[in-house]
Design a protein around this ligand. Structure first.
Ligand SMILES: [Zn+2]
Length: 206
């Protein structure tokens, strides 16, 4: 497990290192203070804060992976593009992963960075895939979102800026956090395939 984590971090560090400004961006992020004023999002409430799109402007000048709008449209389906690049929100209970209980890892749809492990996924009752923590905290950026008269914490991929969802402080132990994520922003990889993925990208394999 420790070896796998080390490999994972080395992959991510390589990706993040592609942008000189990125480390500065990460060090200035304060998720805990941002999350403290997040609106409460009761499980099962489809009109809750989770269900609204986000109006946060993500500073793409600090993202390691950059694509033109045409490239994003070519890479993503229209629904993925709407959610991940235009900060949209998919409907609850009618998305790919809300009820997925398979063992594996969820990658960013925009840049193939591993973001969430199924071992931290839980049934929140909201109809969206929910996790109590990211696979690696530095992979997931957060921004204060004051749209729709609420104060929420928007969540996005730190490598490519793709919108993921929102973060709330009503999650289960051990973190107490709930990452309410759109399936359209994720790509699931089964555990066995993920194990091969990490080995293939380890420094020794190159
Ligand atoms: Zn990404």
């Amino acid at each position: 497990m420790k070896i796998r984590f080390t490999l994972l971090v080395s992959v991510a560090v390589a990706a993040l290192a592609a942008s000189p400004a990125h480390s500065a961006n990460m060090s200035s992020t304060k998720p805990s203070s941002l999350a403290s004023d997040a609106a409460y999002c009761p499980p099962g409430d489809q009109k809750s804060a989770c269900g609204l799109p986000s109006k946060v402007v993500i500073d793409m000048s600090k993202a390691a992976v950059k694509r033109t709008d045409a490239e994003w449209r070519e890479r993503l389906t229209p629904e993925q593009y709407r959610v991940a690049r235009k900060q949209g929100t998919e409907p609850p209970f009618r998305n790919e992963y809300w009820n997925n209980h398979a063992d594996g890892v969820y990658f960013c749809v925009g840049c193939d960075t591993p973001l969430f492990d199924s071992r931290t996924k839980f049934d929140s009752g909201t109809g969206w895939p929910s996790f109590y923590q990211p696979l690696e905290k530095s992979f997931v950026g957060e921004e204060r979102d004051v749209s729709y008269g609420m104060v929420r914490v928007e969540s996005h991929c730190a490598v490519c800026g793709s919108h993921l969802g929102h973060v709330f402080e009503d999650g289960p132990k051990p973190t107490g956090m709930r990452y309410c994520i759109n399936s359209a922003s994720l790509k699931f990889m089964p555990r066995a395939e993920y194990d091969q993925w990490t080995v293939a990208r380890s420094p020794k394999a190159k």
